[in-house]
Design a protein around this ligand. Structure first.
Ligand SMILES: *[C@@H]1O[C@H](CO)[C@@H](O)[C@H](O)[C@H]1NC(C)=O
Length: 701
């Protein structure tokens, strides 16, 4: 395999590797905790080249970044130079194909922000072309003369061999550049928040570092034998197995590490390792191979009492450190548990695993946490540069926003008092109610924003029950082996399928939007409160001259014509903030608005699609009709408005029809399953237990 850079690109080669990276990175699990503060942290405002800021008034930053606007020059001359691999002190590497280019570009921007030399190995010619166009230092991986004949989608062996290509590529770098001490590899669906170099320097004994799917920082801190938690088997003395995630790893240029890389690549091209007879587990990909290799031979032992976190694996031939999830966070630890920020640190890197919506889901979470660097200044409400190509230009509408502040926890607490006097409500029921409440608020807010021609800032999402691909979530409404409690603030994708919002062109921003340092202060400060009153005020349309200028009041059941009239005096404010404990306040479009109301109802149903539901009651290919339970969706706006009533969770009529296949019947008896707690009061009491995190004591049932 040869490494070549963009200027030497030649004939078209197979582009069938699309989806390969996702195969490595898309872990479909879901989950959630207790701290009520919003702890979203952002890229430091002092960082060079914040996304959406104009680098032209910062000469130094502009020079550092490959993305600066340059006058068009002939394509062949524009390839970004590759770093000098014989002199750089370390190197960041990723792998990309054209289908994942946007992620690759975002990855590169985060790497540029931490000032690291990097290169991207391009897996297809489309990627190479995009690298040229966008000034990214890319090397085409040359797969050899057979490449054009490989159909990756259908040829499992070839797919597996692609994993070997990645491993070989890194090995070649190390072998061809003996003075290159350290290579850090991360998939394009990772982001770097700060440099990892000190971290590696301070751990000189280890030759190989890998991230993991472990979900508990606590378990990693305690570092004890027989901890009994899943996915954290890298702690020596635990039988549960490694859950190394090769989407992020680092290799030192040592003989031991190179030998391990050779063996790893060898496993991936060895036909004996293919498990084609087991369709559920045939994917001996690079990740499974590495886990198998490290588990297979002798397990792991600590290097010494002084350095217990460096472990010997692979027959004691390799010194491995697993990167702690606090600092090299997977998607659950970062975006659902929010552990790093709760512990007062920013992660060094985040790998956007543990989510359900593929690239749009990853992009949404990165946006929510200020780590998506691909949006232009206009996205943040900065005026578009005059005459900008494709920009809205000088005559463009300034960004006008509508936010909605709600107290979901207060609503759920009130419902608990009414329905379970003297007792507690099961977590699943709290979640179902809370999500139904938040869906109603979201619908009203979306409709009001459209009526006003504003972009909606969606409210933060609060959950009492996590999602998980496995129904074991119905034990405690949290994934086992985690550090969070309930309720927890969840990413937006817990409430609504974010891919749909994008697909339907809905104008929205994430709940954290106004905290982004790219948002101009002039926008942030241009703000008016819009209180929601339970009833129409005696004087609904006060003349601005008689008010003291703080905002406006709307009321339960208000319709479009009155809404526009009430808000007219505050329309010049960039941000209107709806406030008040009146769910379902929006009365619709008024007597003339039947068609618009129907349109909005249809849009909302399309946005939710098959979601707007709890997802995870069954396992395997049976009982899929009993896998979901819809949250209560708001009454259509086209219907006559009635005050919103908290919905009541009813016993599903299918409880006794679930089959015994894959244990599905058994799951209906788990305490957080509505078929269980709605029929058994003592289970309901157990299901109300929200105590503590979930990283101790596995309860077998
Ligand atoms: C209700 O649940 C409890 C466990 O909390 C169990 O011991 C009991 O048998 C259940 N009752 C019925 C009728 O299933």
């Amino acid at each position: 395999m040869k490494i070549r850079n963009a200027v030497t690109r030649r004939g078209v080669e197979g582009g069938g590797a699309v989806g390969f990276l996702c195969g490595v990175a898309c872990t479909l699990l879901l989950v959630w905790w207790h701290h009520r503060h919003s702890m979203v942290f952002f890229v430091d405002a002092e960082s060079r080249t914040l996304p959406g800021t104009d680098p032209s008034n910062d000469g130094e930053a502009a020079a550092d970044v490959a993305q600066v606007q340059e006058p068009p020059v002939p394509r062949a001359m524009r390839a970004a130079p590759l770093p000098d691999l014989d002199t750089v002190p370390h190197l960041m590497v990723s792998f990309g194909n054209a289908a994942y280019f946007e992620l690759a570009q975002n990855w590169a921007k985060t790497v540029q922000q931490i000032g690291s030399p990097f290169l991207i190995a391009a897996l297809d010619e489309g990627m190479m072309a995009l690298c040229l166009e966008n000034q990214l230092p890319c090397s085409k991986i040359d797969l050899g003369k057979d490449e054009a004949h490989i159909n990756f989608r259908d040829n499992f062996q070839a797919f597996r061999a692609m994993g070997a290509v990645k491993v070989r590529f890194v090995l070649d770098l190390l072998e061809q550049h003996p003075a290159l001490p350290l290579v850090v590899v991360s998939d394009t669906d990772a982001v770097w928040l700060r440099p990892p170099w000190t971290y590696f320097q301070q751990r000189p004994a280890a030759e190989f570092f890998s991230s993991s799917d472990c979900l508990s920082h606590q378990v990693e801190v305690e570092w004890r034998r027989d901890h009994g938690q899943p996915r954290c088997g890298h702690v020596p003395g635990n039988g549960d197995g490694h859950a190394l995630n090769t989407g992020l790893f680092a290799v030192r240029n040592t003989e031991g590490a190179k030998a391990a890389m050779r063996a790893w690549a060898g496993m991936l091209v060895d036909p004996a390792q293919e498990r084609a007879d087991d369709p559920m587990h045939r994917e001996m990909d690079d990740q499974l191979a590495l886990n198998t290799m490290f588990e297979g031979q002798g397990g792991s032992v600590s290097l010494s009492a002084e350095d217990p976190r460096t472990v010997l694996v692979w027959d004691n031939k390799l010194r491995l450190q697993v990167l702690p999830v606090l600092l090299f966070s997977n998607g659950h630890v970062a975006f659902v548990q929010r552990t790093p920020w709760k512990m007062g640190v920013a992660p060094i890197a985040i790998h956007t695993t543990f989510q359900r919506y593929h690239i749009p889901g990853k992009r949404s979470r990165l946006r929510e946490f200020g780590l998506w660097l691909m949006d232009p200044p206009e996205y943040y409400g900065a005026p578009a540069p005059a005459g900008a190509l494709g920009g809205a230009g000088a005559g463009a509408q300034p960004l006008q926003l509508l936010a909605y502040e709600l107290d979901v926890a207060a609503f759920v607490a009130e419902a608990e008092r009414r329905r379970y006097p003297g007792a507690r409500m099961p977590l699943f029921e709290k979640n179902w109610l809370g999500m139904s409440f938040q869906l109603a608020a979201l619908r009203d807010a979306l409709a009001a924003a459209r009526m006003l021609g504003r972009t909606l800032i969606v409210p933060p999402v609060w959950c009492w029950c996590d999602y998980d691909e496995h129904p074991h979530i119905l034990y405690r409404c949290r994934i086992k082996g985690t550090d969070y409690g309930v309720p927890f603030e969840a990413p937006l994708d817990y409430l609504i399928p974010v891919a749909q919002l994008d697909a339907y062109g809905v104008a929205y921003r994430h709940s954290s939007f106004l905290q982004h340092p790219q948002v101009p202060a002039s926008l942030r400060h241009s703000r008016a409160a819009v209180d929601i009153s339970p009833s129409r005020p005696a004087n609904p349309f006060p003349a601005p001259a008689v008010t003291i200028g703080h905002g406006a009041t709307v009321w339960a059941g208000i319709q479009l014509p009155d809404l526009l009239r009430v808000l007219q005096p505050v329309q010049s404010s960039a941000v209107l903030v709806l406030r008040g404990h009146v769910p379902g306040f929006l009365g619709g479009y008024g007597p003339q608005g039947g068609a618009e109301a129907a349109q909005m109802d249809e849009l909302f149903a399309e946005l939710l699609g098959n979601d707007g539901a709890f997802c995870c009651f069954s396992w395997g290919d049976s009982d899929q009709q009993y896998d979901r339970l819809r949250y209560a969706w708001p009454a259509p706006l086209a219907e006559e408005w009635r005050p919103w009533e908290p919905p009541v969770l009813r016993l599903p009529e299918w409880c006794d029809r679930v089959s015994a296949k894959h244990g599905n019947q058994g799951f209906t008896r788990l305490r957080q399953h509505p078929c269980a707690f709605l029929r058994n009061a003592s289970l309901a009491a157990e299901a109300a237990d929200d105590s503590g995190p979930y990283n101790t004591g596995w309860e077998p049932h």
